[in-house]
Design a protein around this ligand. Structure first.
Ligand SMILES: N[C@@H](CCC(=O)N[C@@H](CS)C(=O)NCC(=O)O)C(=O)O
Length: 234
């Protein structure tokens, strides 16, 4: 069985586990602390980063992009009905998502409103582009889930938690993305691709009192804002 070495709130890991979940491939998961990386991990992980996948033969594979390609190659593809051109376009939109993971992390950690707005600028530019590319289908330009959906899932999942807890909507002004987010969340792949305590781990880090979004969340709670109190995420 494949083993995924993970850090609980890493979006690069979630992209990989989301693909495994979408394909219903069984896997084991081992969580490590990035502040104290175990010796065995450092020995097999050239960059010292998660995700790392250890195959049945014991080979360690690294880099989320390479892992996605490996899983696509070895297990039945998600994209059997895509032409070569469509696959190239899908790769390009997937690449855009992976470039945004750390941008979103940094925006979520913003200490104040101005910083959040500045850090959200490149998210907004990218969101405007994908909004334009989205057709009115359940998933990314398809009625079935594909690799672009998997690449964007960590971003859309996290934006949803932030919205539920703080009322701040990274997708405000992007109605097609909002619908896409809802369609993806309805599949349950997002929640299946993370640990049971993901929401609380995520909120501890991104919605603490040190962050602008966390302060918004606390203010919402004390004023009984329904966006926050109806959820137990923060
Ligand atoms: N390019 C890598 C990025 C992975 C990455 O940044 N992982 C972070 C956690 S989200 C990590 O392992 N950080 C620890 C470190 O860089 O020392 C990939 O796509 O797999």
């Amino acid at each position: 069985m494949l083993k995924v070495v993970s850090f609980k709130i890493c979006p690069f890991v979630q992209r990989v586990t989301a693909l495994l979940e979408a394909k219903q491939i069984p896997y084991e998961i081992e969580y490590i602390r990035l502040k104290e990386k175990p010796e065995w991990f450092l020995e097999v992980s050239p960059h010292g980063q998660v995700p790392l996948v250890i195959t049945d033969s014991g080979q360690a594979l690294f880099e989320s992009e390479a892992l996605i390609e490996y899983i696509e190659e070895v297990y039945p593809t998600l994209n059997s009905d895509r032409s070569a051109e469509e696959k190239a376009i899908d790769r390009a939109w997937s690449y855009l998502a992976s470039k945004l993971y750390l941008v979103q992390c940094s925006a979520q950690r913003s200490p104040d409103k101005n910083t959040l707005e500045q850090r959200s600028e490149s998210l907004n530019k990218a969101f405007a582009k994908i909004e334009k590319a989205l057709e009115n289908q359940s998933f990314f330009n398809s009625s079935t889930i594909g690799l672009v959906d998997i690449a964007w899932l960590p971003l859309l999942h996290r934006a949803n938690i932030i919205y539920r807890c703080s009322g701040y909507d990274f997708l405000d002004g992007y109605p097609k993305m909002k619908q896409w987010q809802q369609n993806l969340l309805a599949t349950s792949i997002a929640e299946q691709s993370v640990a049971e305590d993901f929401d609380s781990r995520f909120c501890d880090f991104y919605l603490s009192n040190e962050t602008y979004l966390g302060q918004t969340c606390s203010a919402n709670k004390s004023s009984s804002n329904s966006a926050c109190v109806s959820q137990s995420c923060c």
